[in-house]
Design a protein around this ligand. Structure first.
Ligand code: FEO
Ligand code: CA
Ligand code: CA
Ligand code: CA
Length: 764
């Protein structure tokens, strides 16, 4: 695991809801379940799997699968006619171009070089790195630890990113491919012993208290940025003087929107009526709404806050339960010690201990952490619009916000994941019905109010037979209303303490739900499950979990870091059922090393051109239909740096069921039945890119013509020790300076753009 990644690995779900122990009972009836599942899946996809002994049209999980609409097309077949896009239509309705049926490049070999490796016939350019100026008046980045003014520079750890086109007049355009805005997250910093050492001249102060000047810089490199980019004669560059350029930091004023706005849980010294908070932090996955805004997921925000050891006693109320469930035990140290920066309120807000005498918390920051953990919405085209936190989408370690394909007159669906060990998958369904006129609205944030402030939040429960249930999270559910662990005051309380509500209904604990994406033709949802060190066939209680159908593997890597559990991760996909509460699922791909056992670990038969570990970022090209898969790995990095692969997936149910038989320590058998998607071929899954040393590959967006894709190289050189700051030869990476970009030797997170030398679409 890379150094910072333990912040991604929080583990506070000790809820009693069983994972699959109860479901394992069903293995007694496995044959009956399997016959139904596979026949149902075959009917679903209309693919005629030719199964023996299965009668089609049976019921699965009580749902009549035959009534589910078949997808309009699958990759490789002729796409169904899709309405011609008007200039104001959303991208998901754009004409097929067509969808790529065979990957048209040579696979990139695994490697540990300190460079970006891409296929022959492709080129990349570095266009936007940590510290790059966002105003004409800002000086070039010196990259020696003396730079300041990060409110006007690119932040650190570039992550989720979306493209927002601009026409020649500087107006929003869905078709522009040569000029646009990149809106992106700046998740975190490369740090050790509290200090973001690469941005301080001699590495900074490792002990408390932290100097205010260091804290101010570290805070400012978090948040979001908007940067204009354009291409001239084939050369892409950012536009430092663009009036669109914007920084949002953890100190920016933002509004609370949706059910929790004005709730008692949001009242602080800064916002005594609970309607606003300051900023956004540890933003990771992202999304783009059908009305043209940027959505950003607040992920590992919990670790930035400090609580005194006596805080449980001082509080003496149910807030203690909620704080523990979100990973903030009393006495928890904060990641950077920002609360020690001085007496100013901007430092004090990081100490969430109950200090004041008030009943409601308006004289301290005891409720401050309730202001983080949401999907936050930004209008990238309009700096005058305040950002809004969409509390209806729940509060957890958010990653991406992936919209189902919009259908006029139907509710919008947003798929969401909670990235910590043993956490859950969610979906939000809007109350408002989609109107095509909203694809190009005059007020994009007001349109967000319309669709994202009112709706229903569901959490996923996976059944062993390939069916699943979306369970509504509301006080209508007696399991939530009468939950013994925590008494919910109202619906806002569910929106703020979503994990507790999901615990109450017995949702399925997953192997760290990272990003998700929706297939632009089938509408099926793909969810990366990056890894989980908590899977253990001998698990009896606590945070360790026995493998289950949706998270079926527990094993030990025999070489490299020899991680245990589910070290290589998998990608699961879901297909909506006839009812809003039903779905079917399978596992599209299992991450693995190519030489691992194909019967028990390398279940997708990955070859050396395809093998990967710890899938994290995932995004579909709406132009080519290619599914881009990015890794943030610590398990296979003895062999290869993190990477990006291109995939052409099929659909839910295109594979088979498989039962994994484990022998437990007490010699009893544990049989886990899972649903394995059809194995990829050499034409449908290939490694496209390998990054420099100690980075992760994350964030992906494209120009609408599919001819340029933008990705982020996050935290190259993360393994560098703070003590080596003065000796560049000891940095584990010197990218991008070793690729000719910028001053100094210190490694920097950066955005690159990839184009095909013949001007074609990427991956085709
Ligand atoms: Fe920021 Fe879950 O990765
Ligand atoms: Ca290994
Ligand atoms: Ca990530
Ligand atoms: Ca990560």
């Amino acid at each position: 695991m890379s150094k910072s990644n333990h912040f991604n690995d929080e583990n506070s779900n000790h809820s009693a809801n069983p994972t699959f122990d109860a479901i394992l009972e069903q293995r007694l009836n496995r044959r009956g379940f399997l016959g139904k599942t596979l026949s149902g899946a075959a009917v679903l996809g209309g693919m005629g799997l030719g199964l023996v002994g299965c009668s089609s049209g049976e019921l699965v999980g009580g749902n009549t699968l035959t009534s589910v609409a078949t997808p309009s097309a699958i990759p490789g077949s002729t796409p169904a006619a899709i309405p011609t896009a008007t200039p104001s239509a959303p991208l998901p309705s754009a004409p097929p171009n067509p969808i790529v049926s065979r990957l048209g490049f040579g696979a990139v070999a695994k490697n540990t070089l300190d460079k970006v490796t891409i296929p022959s016939g492709y080129s990349y350019q570095i266009i936007y790195a940590l510290g790059d100026p966002l105003t004409a008046a800002t000086s070039a980045y010196k990259n020696d630890g003396t730079d300041a003014d990060f409110d006007n520079r690119a932040g650190d750890h570039h992550d989720g990113m979306e493209w927002f086109g601009l026409d020649a007049a500087g107006k929003p355009s869905i078709s522009a491919a040569d000029r646009g805005l990149l809106a992106m997250n700046h998740e975190a910093t490369t740090d050790e012993n509290k200090s973001s050492f690469f941005i301080h001249a001699t590495g900074g102060t490792a002990s408390l208290p932290r100097p205010a000047a260091e804290v101010d810089k570290e805070v400012a490199i978090h948040g979001l940025s908007v940067v204009e980019v354009k291409t001239t004669g084939g050369k892409w560059a950012s536009v430092p003087a663009s009036a669109f350029n914007r920084r949002v930091t953890p100190l920016s004023d933002v509004e609370i929107a949706g059910p929790a706005r004005g709730n008692a849980l949001l009242k602080t010294k800064y916002s005594t009526d609970g309607t606003k908070t300051r900023g956004t932090i540890n933003n990771c996955g992202c999304g783009k709404s059908p009305w043209g805004t940027y959505l950003s997921g607040e992920e590992n925000w919990s670790g930035y806050f400090y609580r005194v050891a006596a805080d449980d006693t001082n509080r003496g109320d149910k807030s203690v339960v909620a704080l523990k469930r979100y990973g903030r035990n009393a006495g928890s140290a904060s990641r950077h010690g920002w609360e020690t920066g001085g007496s100013d309120d901007k430092y004090a807000r990081w100490n969430i201990s109950k200090i004041g005498a008030s009943i409601d918390g308006i004289d301290d920051y005891r409720n401050e952490m309730n202001g983080q953990g949401y999907i936050i919405e930004m209008d990238p085209y309009d700096k005058s619009k305040v950002l809004k936190k969409r509390t209806a989408l729940g509060r957890f370690a958010h990653e991406s916000a992936a919209f189902g394909l919009p259908v006029v007159g139907k509710p919008l669906t947003v798929y969401l994941g909670d990235d910590s060990r043993n956490e859950y998958m969610y979906k939000f369904v809007s109350k408002a019905l989609w109107s095509a006129a909203d694809a190009n609205p005059s007020d994009r944030i007001a349109t967000g109010d319309k669709y994202l402030n009112d709706g229903t939040l569901y959490v996923a429960k996976f059944n062993a037979d390939g069916s699943g249930e979306w369970i509504e999270l509301s006080l209508n559910n007696p399991l939530i209303k009468n939950y013994a662990t925590y008494t919910f005051a109202d619906y806002a309380d569910i929106c703020v303490n979503t994990r507790l509500a999901a615990d109450a209904v017995g949702a399925t604990k997953m192997d760290r739900p990272e990003w998700g994406g929706v297939h632009p033709v089938t509408g099926e949802y793909y969810q990366t499950l990056t890894n989980n060190s908590n899977r253990d066939i001998n698990a009896a209680s606590g945070s360790k979990l026995v493998p289950d159908s949706a998270n079926p593997r527990a094993y030990a890597d025999s070489d490299g870091n020899k991680a245990k559990g589910n070290p290589n991760g998998h990608i699961l996909r879901t297909k909506e059922g006839a009812a809003v509460t039903s779905f079917t699922w399978d596992v599209y791909l299992f991450g693995a090393e190519a030489d691992m056992d194909k019967a028990t670990i390398n279940l997708s038969n990955l070859t050396d051109d395809q093998d990967f570990s710890s899938p994290d970022g995932l995004a579909f090209s709406k132009n080519t239909g290619i599914c881009w898969i990015q890794t943030d790995d610590g398990a296979y990095t003895d062999v290869t740096n993190c990477m990006m692969l291109a995939a052409i997936p099929g659909k839910v149910g295109d594979g088979t069921s498989k039962t994994l038989s484990y022998t437990k320590a007490d010699t009893s058998q544990l049989n886990v039945t899972t649903q394995v998607g059809a194995a990829p071929t050499a034409d449908t899954l290939k490694r496209f890119l390998v990054g420099p040393k100690d980075c992760e590959i994350t964030g992906l967006c494209e120009t609408p013509d599919g001819k340029a894709i933008f990705i982020n190289i996050q935290h190259p050189g993360e393994g560098t020790r703070m003590a080596d700051i003065a000796d560049p030869s000891k940095y584990t990476s010197q990218w991008p300076s070793n690729a000719g970009y910028g001053a100094g030797n210190r490694p920097r997170s950066a955005t690159i753009v990839i184009t095909k030398d013949d001007g074609g679409r990427i991956g085709s």
